[in-house]
Design a protein around this ligand. Structure first.
Ligand code: ADP
Length: 906
């Protein structure tokens, strides 16, 4: 046996081998040591002809799935080695082979998988000339493929689909991408495969063979040179690990990334689309508000929608019209949602059916779900919008399958497929006959029992059954003298003896023989039914997707009504006009309807950049995120939290929000901040929406202010970027830019001053804040009075050195520059060479401006430094410096403190 073990293990050296022995899976040698530790099970040993005992441990076969999931979640691959012949008929050692390899991306255990998320395996083919990516979920049959041209876009796709496992070529690992971050932060298991995995011809042939097509054109893959390699490699990996026909992978869907709104990973995180930033929980995310779906399929599809907002105005309008129509018929909507409620996860069920791992109860759940389809179909005919018509066409009521299950499978079958009780009466004559033999057998036994009781006079004689001895006659000790000699004793108990007789043995053979036959017949019939359903996989998958869509739109309609969302009006003119907009999540978190609604107006002309000032905690971040979320929701096809909304479609949303140290990757706050800014400035277009919060906060005041200023100049300049931007800042000095840079406007969040305190009004109004109210907020936060007092003094003194004045002077000079810019803008239209020279002129001008800015900033800095140089001459500080603290008593210290304070107070 150990020889057989070693032969198999040598073929799967990168896996932990679960080796089937009777009712257990056993692990040996190093595998055993690892499993004992990871699974917290006892490590034993086996004598296997070697000098030392081989370490060994095992898990029961019936609970293996839980252990498998644990091993996978720790990053291991497990090869499951089964007995491949019936031990009853085996000559010598039972043949064994690996039946399946379980890895994170190929986990089939629906009990341990989150039903509201897909479990994707990703195949990545990386090369300098192009990158292919594919995502495949074997629990649902979803299979996607695309291509990108940069590492950044590849990362965006990985963040969008969040696979649990990536298989890639070597080049991906050395591409310079942050593999450690993918592994540690996103918990993705990544392994490179040998180069033949990515052989173009082999990949093409693999796909053609799987989908039974003669050319990849038929699959829509003709333009996907790199994508085909990625998809082919993933398919190869699945065949190798699953050792199964994979018949439920019925189609592959190529997609173009530019058809969706581009959201980079930090924007996804910052906007808390599917989970919160800190706790990583769904509660508190946008999906938490939007997801009132009734089925697992709907939940997964809605998550996909939220992860991939659209940019095609017609497609968005179709979705919005659909939500509107469902909303207008509230009663039908609720009826639909009631029918959707009991529908199980058809996608995962059909995958189990294809895998032949569905049990009788799964089929009953399947049937219960299918019986909901006809009433849903009836209701669908009431709708007239394009999407509902499409859903109606795609939704097949699958009555034939439902009838098949109703007729063949018992209403309350066992989970096991080997112990009978599965097939319904009347479905198969032989099953009914064998069952009768079983019940008739009972009366034969009763007759024999009565006969023997009469003949022997043993009044309490009983015929009983157990698995070890089969049927036997049981006689208590008080009647032992009446037992005939012809009976054979089988077992002695404390107060009884057990016997068998030839007649009883004969009956037993008849009864148990019938049972064996019945069980295997039932199993065969069940498998036939399951296979018949598996043949309909395509129809079932299409219907499942239609149900998912219906569920998503019914949920969006329900959420819209519950939360007073309205239908946004979509446009391509770039105007974003929101009246009384609300933050969909924050408004739910705040009790008693206290959320203050606010307007937003942005366009591609005079209202491109809004500089938003106001103290901390005023509501700037909330306001900016709310605008981003409203736009994003609209492009997902959802109604939005506002009284009125006109949404100009944006191609990308970028956010730079808050300061979070990325210590894991060894980057400081400011470095992270600047990397994000760099990414935004390089990748945004004039059709993008930028949310920039506190740019430049992570460095010194002058650096920060200067960077923030330069960023605003760059963004607001139509020749450079010209993107729509909400820019929140503490540097209220930046409000000077309004009227001096095209398209820049000031807004602030109103606060009311009451003496030394402030009251937050949460209302956005035109105009800039003239101070930062930092000290008032510090007071609210409970900073000690002494510190607050000192801070006030410092602020007063610093104000004498007013940088606002300098900023004003500098920004005034922009007016002249902007006029020359306007001229440059006119020239741009004329010829391309002029365009270049205008651009160069502008660059030169910018460079000059920068030098002037630098010189001015240096003066300011000198001014500010001189304030601090007072320190060295300050008497109090000098005294403190000379103190011998180590030799002072607490009382001395108190006295000294008192003296010093007196001195300061003058
Ligand atoms: P800032 O970015 O200005 O520091 P935040 O946007 O973080 O402020 O808002 C601070 C808190 O104020 C939020 O957590 C929220 O509870 C509350 N808040 C923000 N905006 C509103 C609003 N419009 N109506 C009611 N409460 C709000």
């Amino acid at each position: 046996m150990m020889q057989q073990y070693m032969e198999i293990k040598n073929k799967y050296t990168d896996c932990i081998l679960f080796y089937r022995l009777g009712d257990f899976y056993e692990m040996f040698f190093e595998d055993a040591t690892i499993c004992a530790k990871e699974l917290e099970i006892t490590l034993t040993g086996k004598n296997c002809g070697q000098e030392e005992r081989a370490p060994m441990c095992g898990v029961p076969y019936h609970s293996v799935e839980g252990y498998l999931s644990k091993m996978i979640s720790r990053g291991y691959k497990v090869a499951i080695c089964e007995q491949v012949e019936d031990p009853k008929f085996a000559k010598g050692l039972v043949k064994r082979d690996v039946s399946r390899i379980v890895t994170p991306g190929t986990n089939l255990n629906t009990q341990t998988l989150d039903e509201t998320k897909n479990n994707y395996l990703s195949g990545i083919f990386y090369s300098e000339s192009g990158i292919g990516i594919s995502f495949v979920d074997i629990t649902t049959g979803d299979y996607y493929v695309t291509e990108v041209d940069t590492k950044k876009k590849l990362l965006d796709e990985i963040n969008k689909f969040l696979p649990t496992e990536i298989i890639c070529n070597e080049a991906f690992l050395i591409s310079g991408m942050d593999i450690v971050d993918l592994k540690e932060r996103l918990k993705i298991s990544i392994s490179s495969q040998e180069s033949w995995y990515f052989d173009e011809e082999m990949c093409q042939n693999g796909l053609k063979e799987h989908f039974a097509v003669s050319s990849l054109d038929g699959l829509g893959l003709h333009d996907y040179e790199y994508g085909v390699i990625a998809a082919g490699a993933a398919l190869k990996y699945l065949y190798e690990t699953q050792k199964n026909s994979l018949s439920h992978l019925t189609h592959i869907q190529p997609y173009i990334t530019s058809k969706y709104m581009l959201l980079d990973s930090s924007t996804r995180r910052n906007l808390e689309l599917t989970e919160t930033l800190r706790e990583k929980q769904k509660r508190g995310s946008l999906l938490w508000v939007l997801d009132k779906t009734k089925t697992a399929m709907g939940a997964r599809l809605l998550r996909n929608y939220v992860e991939q907002p659209l940019i095609d105005i017609e497609l968005i309008r179709e979705r919005l019209d659909c939500v509107e129509e469902i909303n207008q018929s509230a009663i039908t909507r609720e009826e639909l949602r009631e029918y959707l409620n009991p529908i199980y996860d058809l996608e995962r069920l059909i995958s189990k059916v294809s895998y032949k791992s569905a049990n009788p109860r799964d089929l009953i759940a399947f049937r219960a779900s299918l019986s909901m389809l006809p009433p849903i179909k009836m209701l669908l005919s009431d709708f007239s919008c394009a999407l509902m018509k499409e859903i109606d066409t795609e939704l097949d009521t699958l009555e034939d399958i439902c009838t098949l299950i109703v007729n063949s499978i018992d209403e309350e079958p066992p989970i096991s497929v080997k112990e009978g009780g599965i097939i319904k009466e009347g479905y198969n004559e032989e099953v009914d006959r064998l069952r009768r033999a079983k019940t008739d057998g009972k009366s034969w036994l009763a007759e024999l029992e009565a006969k023997e009781r009469d003949q022997t006079g043993i009044k309490n004689l009983k015929i009983k059954f157990n698995k070890v001895f089969g049927y036997y006659l049981e006689v208590t000790n008080s009647y032992q003298n009446l037992v005939p000699e012809t009976w054979t004793r089988k077992q002695t108990l404390a107060n009884a003896e057990r016997y068998i007789t030839p007649e009883l043995k004969e009956l037993e053979d008849m009864i148990l023989g019938a049972e064996d036959k019945l069980f295997s017949l039932e199993y065969n019939l069940f498998s036939e039914v399951r296979d018949q359903i598996a043949e309909q996989v395509k129809r079932i998958q299409t219907t499942a997707k239609a149900v998912a869509k219906l569920d998503v739109f019914a949920s969006l309609a329900f959420v819209a009504e519950r939360n007073n969302f309205i239908k946004p009006e979509m446009n391509q003119t770039g105007v974003i006009d929101v009246k009384s907009g609300r933050h969909p999540v924050v408004e739910k978190m705040i009790n008693n309807d206290l959320f203050v609604a606010n307007d937003t107006f942005l366009d591609n002309e005079d209202n491109r950049v809004s500089i938003i000032t106001g103290p901390n905690m005023a509501g700037k971040s909330t306001y900016m995120r709310q605008t981003a979320l409203i736009v994003l929701m609209a492009q997902v096809g959802s109604f939005v939290p506002a009284e009125y909304a006109k949404i100009g479609i944006v191609d990308r949303i970028f956010t730079r929000v808050g300061a979070s140290d990325d210590l894991a990757s060894g980057q400081s706050t400011f470095m992270v901040e600047m990397t994000e800014v760099a990414n935004i400035l390089r990748n945004a277009t004039k059709n993008s929406l930028l949310i920039l919060d506190e740019i430049g906060r992570g460095t010194s005041t002058f650096d920060g202010l200067s960077i923030a200023w330069a960023v605003i100049e760059h963004i607001s300049d139509k020749n450079l970027l010209g993107a729509k931007t909400l820019f929140a800042t503490h540097y209220h000095e930046l409000t000077e830019l309004e009227g001096k840079l095209n398209g820049v406007n000031n807004y602030c969040i109103a606060v009311k001053e009451q003496g030394e305190d402030i009251v937050f009004l949460r209302k956005i109004i035109k105009g800039g804040a003239d101070k930062s109210y930092g000290i008032q907020v510090a007071k609210l936060a409970g900073v000690p009075d002494a510190v607050l007092g000192r801070a006030r003094e410092i602020v007063d003194e610093l104000s004498d050195n007013d940088i606002t004045y300098k900023v004003k002077q500098m920004s005034d000079s922009l007016l002249d520059r902007d006029h020359s810019c306007d001229k440059a803008e006119c020239q741009v239209a004329e010829t391309s060479s002029q365009q270049n020279s205008a651009y160069e002129a502008k660059e030169q001008e910018n460079a000059q401006q920068m030098t002037t800015h630098k010189a001015k900033a240096k003066n300011d800095l000198d001014g500010q430094l001189s304030f601090f140089t007072v320190d060295s001459t300050n008497q109090v500080i000098e005294e403190i410096r000379n103190l011998d603290v180590a030799h002072m008593t607490p009382m001395d210290a108190m006295n000294m403190l008192y003296q010093l304070q007196k001195q300061i107070k003058g």
